[in-house]
Design a protein around this ligand. Structure first.
Ligand code: CS2
Length: 494
């Protein structure tokens, strides 16, 4: 129920300017999707595409949004009848529109049984996830589940589930018991082969939970894991985001998000119980998202991480600000053309350098204030698919990876914890303790830092870590970054 008349909600919808009103009115479209992870990205991406698909082609595909842990967004949405707005920030101006794709919200931490019940409901035929890279807990090299104590407790005891794997396993057990029919579990996280990874996470979790063979067999026969590539730049919301929404709507929206105009979704078409007509909402349905996902992770996300680490070290607050550093865009173009492009086969008809140019234009959007420190987070979970796979594939083909090595060096330099002007830099990473421990042993020289961090098998595969040319290139860049700082290193790089 809406609170007050000054707040976005069903009761205030008719006060909104016509162009801001949602395509769907919550309550009119029954739920067919459960989404885990109610962050800004989901609201500006899958929710928008799904609302447009239902608007174009109908279908009972309302989304029940589940926040695994934090309560802020759930509370805000619950008070707004599940309505929220997306402000699209183009260089030439902003437009705000309310989205009505959510059919309801749940908070998994306080009501896990409700989420398990939804997963066992025959009306729910698709589960989408944006739970970030670290939630998958799979060894990036072997794909083996490295369950942390929380996940292990969820899978091996009867306590109410607290983690995403715990919720999924309990939900699938309940669904099999209820004979509620087939379902697709769709990872929308920035991981390579995200569908296969989610399948790996679920099947290994079922094994750890020692579910009966009949249940494992049911999952095998009834659950699909389509891979996806998702893309839209959606910075964390700020007070300014909420102010902009309020100015456009005339009411307060505490779940407002802001995003760039561009949005792309590539989805493998394996939905055993149907899906929204996402192709009517701009998505590409395919039988193999792999080439798209490599294109995006290695180009967009690789360049994003490069920009984030170099920018944070140089004292730049946002991506757009970082791009103004002299020589940086030239270096990023060479990274794309000389290292990323030759490392993989892109989708038919796509030119990697042209895609890279589009990415740089998107990053330069002055209205998107995407903080370098936000993108710098969780580097240990991001570097493998964004940069290390590029380097490994080039080296396997006998080529050098000079610019890729610069990105790795920028991350190592960032891990040292201070910017070029000496100001402290935060380390926000699930492996922070391991990284700090490794650095304590070898932070005195650039070669010592490389030795210490390359020894972390969760991040660097043995073959890459043993590659003398890569070590030498990374050590060379790290030496320059430590001695001279980002600006002088860039100036001397070309
Ligand atoms: C960013 C991504 O935070 C990050 O690490 O690189 O969230 C990026 O903005 C999205 O993948 C764009 O689709």
């Amino acid at each position: 129920m809406s609170v007050g008349t000054d707040r976005l909600g069903l009761a205030t919808l008719r006060r909104l300017p016509v162009e801001c009103r949602p395509l769907l009115r919550p309550g009119t479209v029954p739920a067919g999707i459960v989404h885990l992870g109610l962050g800004a990205f989901h609201r500006a991406h899958q929710a928008v595409h799904t609302e447009a698909a239902i608007g174009a082609a109908g279908g009972d595909w309302g989304i029940i949004g589940v926040a695994p842990r934090s309560t802020d967004v759930v509370d805000a949405l619950a008070a707004q009848d599940a309505l929220f707005s997306v402000t699209t920030l183009a260089a030439e101006g902003a437009t705000t529109r309310v989205v009505g794709a959510l059919a309801g919200v749940r908070h998994a931490a306080s009501d896990p049984a409700a989420v398990v019940g939804l997963l066992a409901d025959p009306a729910i035929r698709v589960v989408t996830l944006t739970v970030t890279e670290k939630a998958y807990q799979l060894d990036p090299v072997t794909g083996a589940l490295n369950a942390d104590p929380e996940v292990t407790a969820d899978l091996t005891t009867d306590r109410p589930p607290r983690t995403v794997p715990g919720l999924l396993v309990r939900g699938l057990l309940a669904r099999a018991a209820a004979e509620a029919g087939p379902i697709a579990l769709v990872s929308c996280d920035n991981l390579p082969a995200n569908g296969r990874r989610l399948r790996g996470l679920v099947t290994q979790s079922l094994a750890l939970a020692r579910v009966p063979d009949a249940v494992a067999g049911w999952v095998h026969d009834n659950v699909t894991f389509p891979g996806t590539m998702v893309d839209r730049i959606v910075p964390a919301s700020t007070a300014e985001t909420l102010d902009t929404a309020r100015r456009a709507l005339g009411v307060t929206d505490r779940a407002a998000v802001a995003a760039e105009p561009y949005s792309q979704w590539v989805i493998e078409d394996e939905f055993p119980a149907g899906r929204p007509a996402w192709e009517r909402a701009g998505a590409i349905l395919t039988d193999d998202a792999g080439p798209w996902e490599r294109l995006k992770l290695r180009t967009l996300n690789g360049v994003h991480s490069a920009t984030a680490y170099l920018g944070a070290l140089a004292g730049a607050e946002t991506v757009a600000e970082t791009l103004a550093l002299p020589q940086l865009t030239t270096v990023l173009r060479r990274l794309v053309a000389e290292d990323v492009a030759p490392s993989f086969t892109p989708p038919p008809g796509v030119s990697v350098p042209a895609y890279g140019e589009e990415v740089l234009t998107r990053f330069g959007n002055p209205a998107i204030r995407h903080r370098t420190l936000q993108i710098a987070m969780d580097g240990s979970q991001k570097l493998p698919q964004r940069v290390l796979h590029t380097i490994a594939d080039l080296r396997a083909g006998g080529r050098s990876a000079r610019w890729g090595a610069l990105v790795v060096a920028a991350w190592l330099r960032f891990l040292l914890g201070y910017a070029d002007d000496g100001r402290p830099l935060p380390l926000d990473d699930p492996l922070a303790d391991r990284l700090r421990g490794a650095l304590a042993a070898g932070r005195d020289t650039p070669a010592g830092v490389v030795d210490a961090i390359f020894a972390l098998r969760e991040v660097f595969p043995a073959e890459l870590a043993a590659d003398d040319e890569v070590r030498a290139d990374v050590t060379g860049w790290l030496t320059a970054l430590e001695r001279h700082g980002v600006r002088a290193t860039l100036a001397g790089a070309l």
